[in-house]
Design a protein around this ligand. Structure first.
Ligand SMILES: N[C@@H](CCC(=O)N[C@@H](CS)C(=O)NCC(=O)O)C(=O)O
Length: 210
């Protein structure tokens, strides 16, 4: 049994979506970040970083969105979301999963919380830099989609696609959203066509970028 702690639209979205896509039983626990529910002692026992997501797997808490996706893909091999270790897709899968989480996802922090780095004075410059880095990331993803066969790691969806789509969604209100890149626009349409995406939106109460 999985228990997922999430907040609508947050870094928990990819794991929530993949759990729904896998069709496994879950208990989804919504946290109100505005009310600081993720900083309460009982939650910090599960995730000392005080961030979402946290997934409790048979009683053991695990955090870091990308780790949850890798773990779920491995635990449910029948879904085919974890390319085989000896496949060409595996190389792209591991590379992109890591790049998406440690570079692209991390860069968004500067866009959404530009004051965090060095205060309000430099926030506009931090934000501008983050914007440039995110747009560079879409250039790279666009190029990858042109050669990969339609998905991040090849011609079939993998766990990396749930992460990539979540990050593309985060760019929806930026000056140049990811969907301005033509191959990404088609890719997003394919990912959003998964029935699990509609269920995710219903469960998280999301409307934007539907
Ligand atoms: N590296 C973490 C980042 C998680 C993260 O930044 N979550 C955000 C929501 S998008 C959060 O919980 N923010 C609350 C806060 O910063 O207080 C992961 O990928 O799981």
């Amino acid at each position: 049994m999985y228990q997922l702690y999430y907040a609508p639209g947050a870094a928990s979205l990819a794991a929530h979506w993949m759990l729904i896509d896998l069709g496994v039983p879950i208990e989804a626990v919504r946290l109100d970040l505005g009310a600081g529910e993720h900083k309460r002692p009982e939650y910090l026992k599960l995730n000392p970083n005080g961030l979402v997501p946290t997934l409790v797997v048979d009683g053991t808490p695990v955090y870091e969105c990308a780790a949850l996706l890798l773990l779920l893909a491995e635990r449910h091999p029948e879904a085919g979301l974890s390319p085989a270790p000896d496949s060409a897709a595996r190389l792209a899968y591991l590379q992109w999963m890591t790049h998406l989480t440690n570079t692209v996802q991390a860069t968004f922090r500067g866009w959404f919380h530009p004051q965090e780095t060095a205060g309000e004075d430099v926030a506009p410059r931090v934000k501008d830099f983050a914007r440039g880095q995110v747009e560079l990331a879409w250039d790279r993803v666009e190029a990858q989609l042109a050669v990969s066969g339609g998905y991040i790691a090849g011609n079939a969806p993998s766990a990396a696609d749930f992460l990539a789509t979540m990050l593309m969604r985060w760019s929806r209100n930026m000056p140049k959203p990811a969907t301005e890149w033509p191959a990404i626009r088609d890719y997003v349409a394919r990912m959003k066509a998964r029935p699990s995406f509609t269920v995710l939106y219903e469960r998280e109460g999301l409307t934007e970028w539907a």
